[in-house]
Design a protein around this ligand. Sequence first.
Ligand code: OSB
Ligand code: MG
Length: 368
Amino acid sequence: MKLDQLTLREIHLRLVKPFETSFDRTTERRVLLLEVRSGGVSGWAEATVDADPYYSYETIDTAWHILRDFLWPMVRGREFGSAAEIYDSLARVRGHNMAKGGLETAAWDAEARQKNVPLWRLLGGTRQEIPCGVSIGIKPSVSELIDTVGEELRAGYQRIKIKIKKGNDVEPLAALRERFPRIRLMGDANCDYKPEDIPHLKTFERFFLMMLEQPLAYDDLYAHRELQQATSTPICLDECIHSLAHARAAIEIGACKIINIKLGRVGGHTAARRIHDLCRDRSVPVWCGGMLESGVGRAHNIAMSTLENFTLPGDVSASKRYWQEDIIDPPVEVSPQGTIQAPERRGSGFEPKLDMIERLTVRSEVLR
Ligand code: OSB
Ligand code: MG
């Protein structure tokens, strides 16, 4: 396949309700959409960047710059046997995985559309029905949190993840365990704790969490190893894992028992699949993380989640939890059993709503 043209677009989408983590509070997302033209066919993707460098160093503006000035010039007009070759061809640019992942996943969608097959099948996915969980932001009160969790459980979601931070952890976790003794429950601290908090984190064992996600620093694999050796709670890494090498190191030193794979954080489908395969071979389960994606990004998360070792429910949930109206047709829907059906339609299986996207676009650039 040859990549003929790349269109970058920024659209603004307001969340149905604000989402609060240990590091930020988001009410509106600045979404970076990519449309790759290849042989007369369009492939769509989202670079899962935020507006601020708080989750990772990348932002929508760094991604735009890196895509326009470095990544696109490396691939434009080049003949690729498959989108699977693109990630390695971008290796000269170090990091910037969200920018790379946007370009690479758009090319995968284009390839699947050209071949008239579902993207998830092209990726080698085997599970057509994927298990879903939800990620619930920090709430102003425990009673509000309990109500929200109750609603999500009634909607069918198979596991509940809550955002926690230092000083706002034991109270919500204890209250949820008391109210819902048997649910699959986990906490995500987004790096809010320090190595000296390990004795405190060890006390979470009494909540029987399915896992504790990324409690310590984004660049500190070793501290997570110390914690994992000290506690029976399975540790799951998110921010620490940007590459196959990181995943291998984390598994080898015993820094985690579970890995959250995000397409943006690792640089697209090819990189994600390699990490997935390594984890499968080492009996480390994985699940698909979310970045409050629009439907365009969510569609790629669904495709990735069909790979065999995505055995745990991911942060892949219904469009309506995020957006009044999603930018894809059909919107992502979740069954009463808390599952999403991977579509048999070609490509990602979800069509971008072009009129709506055009109307929401605040800037765009066509690169040839
Ligand atoms: O740590 O998984 C995270 C959202 C933004 C940045 C980081 C994270 C998250 C989420 C939301 O947890 C997951 C989702 O529902 O998309
Ligand atoms: Mg996380």
